[in-house]
Each structure stands twice: as structure tokens, then as C-alpha cells.
Design a protein around this ligand. Sequence first.
Ligand SMILES: [Ca+2]
Ligand SMILES: [Ca+2]
Ligand SMILES: [Ca+2]
Ligand SMILES: [Ca+2]
Length: 384
Amino acid sequence: MSLLSYFKPESRRRFLYASGAFAVLVLISAGIFASNGWFPSTDPLSGKRFGWFGEPLAKNAPSSWNPIAMPSATPTPQLSKEYIYAGSRLLAVEDKNASAAPPADLAVWRPSNGTWYVLGGPGSQQTFQAWGQNGDTPIPGDFDGDGKTDFSIFRPGTPYANWYIIHSSTGSQVNFQYAISSDLPAQADYDGDGRTDAAVYRPPTGGATYGVWYIQGTTYGYYTYTWGEAGDLPASADYDGDGRADIGVFRPSNRTFYSIHSSNNNIVNYSGNIPAGTDWQTVSGDYDGDGRADYAVYNKNSATWYVRQTSTGIFTPFTWGDPNTGDLAVQNDYDGDGKIDYAVWSPSGNNVGRWHIKNSSDGSTRNQFWGQTADIPVPAFYRR
Ligand SMILES: [Ca+2]
Ligand SMILES: [Ca+2]
Ligand SMILES: [Ca+2]
Ligand SMILES: [Ca+2]
């Protein structure tokens, strides 16, 4: 005996009409959603994912079948340390419960002999390490997650580039092939497990409009993400402060930052107050110490920094460095107060090899010579 037979004939008819009308409404709604691309979907070509109403999702985003709720972020693992990034580089690691982060090490990598020279200081002894050769790109990162930056280089090659890393925890030498020579290294901890992930940004190739990110997450595994245009500079950093680096780029053509917040997949862009120019260096990092990276670029031709602190919300110009000697930005936390310090390194002129640092803790200036012409500054938290 079916449920309907319990109803009187008239009630049964009304029930059937109402059910039919509802079914038609659902079908029409589904048609509207489908034709507008409002259903969650994955583009079969680019692999790009979209949530409800066509909202782009990060590749690693959980699927969201509740149109009301925002896509919930993957729970951030509880870390025993706090990791601080500028651009795609690990800047510092704060031990949990420690009163302050030890200062970052002044360091250079010398292409002519492939040697790393770490100055040392409080909590870190002077260290020299031969690792790499001329033509390599140094890519400092904490690949084994012990809180110390590993000596690591990216070597162009055919058909694939090579990554060479010495894990500081064991001293073991690691080599793997990943990406191609023309890719821009963008190593950072995208999945927030405390270990730097091998990653690159590939500018658009073969007439494509968009670039592609290739990320080998130590926890999330391998994934790609279509994001960025020709001329964009990678600027990954943890902008939303959830412990995971957010994919980001700076676009020199319109002086705008574009990024995807890993906590909620929100896509944001910021611009303003930044004049046209060339030779930009992305220098995002946490300048105001609120735990969220601040969008920032530096122009060596004017020695001007444009930092959008999360506390002010606008790009504020600040001159630090000598434009005549083409000083390079080497922002980092040198005084260990948890805030990025404005800092430059001089590659030429009378002051070649000079580190010129403005300590954020008290505004004082530190000048120190370390390195020589043709060196590449690689300040980081080596902590040897
Ligand atoms: Ca990782
Ligand atoms: Ca993040
Ligand atoms: Ca900040
Ligand atoms: Ca500082």
C-alpha cells in the first residue's frame, strides 16, 4: 500500500499538483544554474576549479556543496613554530613560547665558486658551505622543516631543471628534477606543514593568456594552479595569516598585487600610490608584526619601498637605500622582534657589500659589510 493511498482523492490530486510544480521549479532553477556556470565545476583543460556562482577556487580547496556557507578551509595543522615569509622566502621561525625570534643571518652566495657565506651572530655561528655553481639560482628554504634554512639551489637544465638541497637536520644531500629552466622559482610553504614546498611560476607560454603554478606540497602533494599573466612577478606570502603561503603576483604593468587567500579562497587585488617603473623586486613580508604578510615592492632605481601594511591598508612609499649604486632589497627580521626590517645590500660603488638595515624595534641603523661584487645576498634563518 503506497503512501498516497492514505490521502482522500482530492488531497491526493492537490499533493500531486504541488509536487509537479515543485519539480518543474527545480528543473528550471537547475537549468539557470547550469547555463550560467553557477554549479561547482572543474575546467577539464586547465584543471581550474570553480565553486558556487562561478567563484574560482584554489586547487587545494575542499569542495563546497553548501551554497550558503563559504568553502571551509582545510584545518591548519598545529605548528610548534611560527613561520615568517617575505615573498616566497622563509624569513624566520619563531619557537613557540619563545619571547622573541632570533635574528636572521646576513649571508651571501657567490656564483664564481658556488659558496654560501653565513656571517653568524647571536644564536648562529659563522658558516661557509660550497653548494652550487655558476649559473645556479639560490633558493633558500626550510625543506625539511627543522626551523633552519637549508642550502639549496635551482639549476637550469634540459629538459628539466634540477633542485639540489642539503637538509640541515641530517646533512643529507637531496637532488630531484622539477620544472623547466625558464620557470621562476617560488618555493614557500603552501600547505602550512612547516616544510618549504618546491614550487615555480611558469609565465604564459605558447600564446597562452595565463601562467601556471606548479606546486609540490609536502602535505597536499602535487597540484597546479592557473594564475598570473605575462610579466607578473611571483609574490607568494602568507597574507591572511593562516600559516600557509598564498599564491600571489605583482603586475608591473598596472602596479597591482593579485593573490588568493588560502583560508577562504578569496581573490584580492591591491594597488595605488605606486608609480610606473622597471626593475621591481617583490618584498612582501610582515612589516607591522600582526602575523599577516603585507604586500610590498621595492624599486632599486629610486630606492623606494611601497608597503601596504595590514594596519593601514594603503601603499606607503619609504626611501631606504642608494639608487646610484642600485641597492638591492634584503628585507628580513634582523633584530628579532617579529617585524620585517627595511634593508638593502649594495652590489657596487664605494660601499659594495654593505648591509644597511633599519631596525624595526627601535628605528636604529645597522651597517655591516659582508659579501663582494657579483655575490647574491641570501639572508635567512640559517641558525647553525
Ligand atoms: Ca609544506
Ligand atoms: Ca595564507
Ligand atoms: Ca602585516
Ligand atoms: Ca625587525
